[in-house]
Design a protein around this ligand. Structure first.
Ligand code: SF4
Length: 772
């Protein structure tokens, strides 16, 4: 019989489902989106509970969608609903009344559960009570909340150093919980606070902070309605932030143009059928991209440099008409050094490196040259490349050349993935807090916080693997499935003395655990949060720096669920006892008191309690948005950055692979087995290949293959995938995560940000060899 240590991972099954592949769709949303949204609610058996909640989601005074971080309109919101298909799916997931009870765990061993796919695990329902796995145990068993906190405290206090503990945060966690959580970790004595930002937009913050003075985007939703040109790079709005398509549609109605840059022709970049408009339902919808550039993986840097070179060329031809020389002179440094590099580049060479025709690059450069108000948006297609930080700095370079930042209708927009990932960081969930932030905490609370940097995600995994970290506490998320090098990470997690997960549903990370393990069930965003008989609200910050309240309305599925803030306070009281100087019981009972103390510690939260009660919340200060670029090194000037062009070579039998998610998935949560916009049904183990590559390798559509990676001299295998012919640049392939995380070496990271480079994985493809 298999033991937990040998728990088979459903990442390597020996069977496939019944794949149907029909090719990429030409438009996104429309009736199919409405049908998909409602069918998920119905499938979960919550037609009234679910649809009722949808009308409150993202409305003023309602609750915030727990999926992506796209902002809601400041002014009136649609009475029909301020949500998209994916928001509805996220709601159906958490509002389900299916339950995972103590009986369920008694009947299903960890090995049984690990044999299920991530999709099957997620469909089991909501967790209902705290569960504990003793050492050598085969089944989780119930435990009281008090005993759970005692166990955590015993383990934490038995560590030789606080730095042997890791406190992970997922982007769903509210501002209030995040603040207390980091406060607890610091009072306990560590900055080991990896978070999901270390895997999605760390590259954006790392690139933007030293160049424009803030690690966040600079635009608001209204800027999309008032812009000339939107450039979307490495981002798929149709799946990752679907309501962004409404903003793009509105911008286009006002005259904006769109350039879309992506190796895959994603439907959400091409056209949008707005399901809230008759024309969108019955007609052809709105065209989005005016120009689509199918750049090859990591060809973006060459493309951005080509844009800069052509802008300079155009400025030389029409002086004063293309670049904003006044802006450059008054607001930037390093321009003359920056432009020297372009003597070394040839357009044709850059075009080959980008994998695009020179003529198409010229068309895009003309659009940049002829427009003044430009917004650059990007997603993980950029941030997860090895030179993602440098590429974002090139975007800043272009904005500075054009003076297209810090004014209406212009600026940078990293499109954040998880609903409060930006707020977590504002609340100091950060393995590298600044000395200024730490000084402020010391002043307000009177304890000395640790000053050394802690572990980010990659370093946390390495520390666990090396036995240097012994307790892992996960505030939300599905750490194992979200992180790279699955086999290595599983080994790391199994070394722990204790793993703890605060979760709303069962996930794979509960099944690959430390010697002892705890699952602590909590409330979801849409659940009513009652404290001392009063309904509470929490707050979050969206992608554009707006802080808003969120108040759940649904009856929780179990009266044993407690909110995350309670969990932090009780863990802190149990662990720190009388050595704490923080009044945890006070914060446990009053969210207003938490917000008051946040106001004292974090700039921009003045009158937090008053302003968060305003219907549209409030904007946090953003100097770059106002045209003030205050950086540590260059005072009030934004620097131009000089970067290198990467040299990417592949051996004859190698391909470059990017992993992405399906349309039926949010991060590690798998809603279903369809990827509608890419025409895939009933299978997740697919590898998209160019037809020429398939011909050269002798593969036909539906061929069964195994995927290999050999970084660090180690063979990594993802078995049994199906080849799908797709319009993708030659020698490039795309697969879905988390199935192919197993191929991503822990050492394949983005320079400076140390993020896993999930969009740049060197693979070999071989015909499938069955192991059974
Ligand atoms: S766009 Fe994002 S935040 Fe808005 S409803 Fe859709 S998933 Fe939720």
């Amino acid at each position: 019989m298999a033991t937990n240590k040998e728990t088979p991972s459903a990442e390597n099954p020996e069977k496939l489902l019944n794949l149907k592949s029909t090719g990429p769709k030409k438009w996104a949303a429309g009736i199919p989106a409405v049908v998909a949204a409602l069918s998920d609610v119905i499938e979960e058996g919550i037609p009234f509970r679910g649809t009722g909640a949808l009308f409150v989601m993202n409305q003023k005074g309602g609750f915030d969608c727990s999926s992506c971080a796209w902002p809601d309109p400041d002014d009136d919101r649609s009475p029909v609903g301020e949500y998209c298909e994916n928001g509805a799916k996220a709601l159906a997931e958490e509002a389900t009344t299916k339950k995972v009870t103590a009986d369920f765990f008694a009947q299903n061993s960890i090995v049984d559960l690990a044999n299920l796919t991530d999709f099957e695990i997620g469909k089991k329902g909501r967790l209902t009570e705290p569960m504990y796995l003793p050492e050598e145990g085969t089944h989780y068993q119930p435990i009281s909340w008090d005993d759970a906190f005692t166990k955590i405290a015993q383990h934490l206090n038995a560590l030789e150093s606080p730095d042997e503990a890791i406190f992970y945060t997922s982007g769903r966690t509210s501002n209030e919980t995040s603040f207390l959580y980091q406060l607890f970790a610091k009072e306990f004595g560590t900055n080991n606070m990896p978070d999901c930002s270390n895997m999605c937009h760390e590259s954006s913050g790392t690139a933007l902070r030293p160049t424009i003075g803030i690690g966040k985007g600079t635009v608001t939703l209204n800027d999309f309605y008032d812009t000339d040109l939107v450039v979307i790079i490495g981002h798929n709005p149709g799946t990752n932030a679907p309501r962004m398509m409404s903003a793009l549609e509105k911008g286009k109605k006002n005259g904006a143009k769109i350039i879309a840059i992506n190796p895959l022709p994603e439907a959400g970049l091409m056209a949008f059928r707005n399901p809230q408009e008759i024309k969108g339902i019955l007609g052809t919808g709105a065209q989005l991209a005016d120009l689509y550039l199918p750049v090859k993986i990591n060809g973006d840097m060459a493309l951005l440099k080509a844009f800069e070179m052509l802008l300079l060329e155009a400025e030389r031809t029409s002086p004063g008409k293309v670049l904003d020389n006044e802006f450059i002179a008054g607001n930037t440094v390093g321009y003359s050094e920056f432009i020297k590099q372009f003597n070394n580049y040839e357009l044709d060479e850059l075009a080959i490196a980008a994998g695009l025709p020179s003529a198409d690059i010229r068309l895009a450069a003309d659009m940049l040259a002829n427009n003044k108000r430009i917004i650059f948006c990007w997603g993980m297609g950029l941030t997860q490349q090895p030179n993602g930080v440098e590429m974002i700095r090139e975007i800043v370079n272009i904005c500075l050349m054009k003076g297209s930042i810090g004014k209406p209708g212009a600026g940078v927009c990293p499109v954040r993935g998880h609903s409060n990932v930006q707020g977590n960081r504002t609340m100091m969930i950060d393995e590298k807090p600044t000395q200024k932030q730490l000084d402020r905490l010391k002043e307000v609370f009177g304890f000395e916080p640790p000053r050394e940097h802690g572990y980010d995600v990659v370093n946390a995994i390495k520390a666990m693997h090396a036995g240097k970290a012994k307790v892992f506490f996960g505030m939300g998320g599905n750490f194992l499935s979200a992180t790279p090098d699955t086999t290595y990470t599983a080994e790391a997690l199994r070394q722990l003395r204790l793993s703890v997960h605060v979760s709303i549903k069962l996930n794979r990370s509960h099944l690959v655990h430390g010697k002892e393990a705890l699952i602590l069930p909590t409330l979801s965003r849409s659940d009513k949060d009652m404290v001392n008989g009063e309904l509470q609200f929490i707050s979050t910050e969206n992608s554009m720096g707006v802080v808003q309240s969120s108040k759940g309305i649904l009856k929780p599925v179990s009266d044993q669920l407690i909110n995350e803030t309670h969990i932090v306070c009780r863990m802190a009281m149990a662990t720190l006892g009388s050595r704490s100087v923080v009044d945890w019981s006070r914060y446990m009972n009053c969210y207003d008191d938490i917000r008051d103390i946040i106001e004292k510690c974090i700039p921009g939260f003045e009158n937090y309690n008053m302003r968060v009660r305003q219907k549209s919340g409030f904007y946090l200060p953003n100097g770059a948005r106002d045209g003030k670029f205050i950086t540590d090194k260059f005072g009030d000037k934004a620097p131009f950055t000089i970067t290198k062009l990467p040299v990417n070579t592949l051996a004859d039998d190698e391909y470059m692979m990017a992993s992405t998610r399906t349309h039926d998935q949010f991060n590690t949560t798998i809603y279903g087995l369809e990827d509608r916009y890419r025409g895939i049904k009933n299978e997740r183990r697919v590898v998209f290949m160019n037809q020429k590559d398939m011909d050269n390798a002798g593969y036909t559509e539906g061929e069964k293959v195994d995927l290999f990676n050999y970084d660090d001299g180690i063979e990594r295998v993802a078995r049994l995938f199906v080849v799908v012919s797709y319009p993708i640049p030659e020698r490039n392939t795309v697969t879905y995560f988390p199935e192919t995380n197993v191929l991503l070496s822990i050492n394949n990271v983005v320079g400076e940000s140390n993020m896993p480079a999930a969009k740049f994985i060197r693979i070999k493809i071989k015909k499938h060899q069955s192991l059974v």
